[in-house]
Design a protein around this ligand. Structure first.
Ligand SMILES: [Zn+2]
Length: 82
């Protein structure tokens, strides 16, 4: 059982590695509009799929696909095959 984590978008300009606010793994958010908890802990890609609303997740993925780093950073195998 896991409690629901509220996910917000915050403009990250630090890029420091911190524990994910959902699962606690070390996670380095990219600079730009990234996903965070209400108290500004970063949200890893697995927790994003789990906790972010579908519409927020869709916009988030679309943004990072457009800037070209979402697939590279989150699906290195797929990016490598392309
Ligand atoms: Zn996580």
């Amino acid at each position: 059982m896991s409690e629901q984590v509220k996910v917000i978008v915050f403009h990250n300009n630090a890029g420091a590695k911190e524990p994910c606010g959902g699962c606690g793994i070390p996670w380095r958010p990219r600079c730009g509009p990234e996903l965070f908890t209400m108290d500004l802990q970063p949200i890893c890609s697995q927790c994003a799929e789990k906790y972010a609303s579908p519409e927020l997740l869709a916009m988030y993925k679309a943004y990072w696909q457009i800037v070209g780093v979402y697939e590279e950073e989150h699906n290195p195998v797929i990016a490598g095959e392309a």
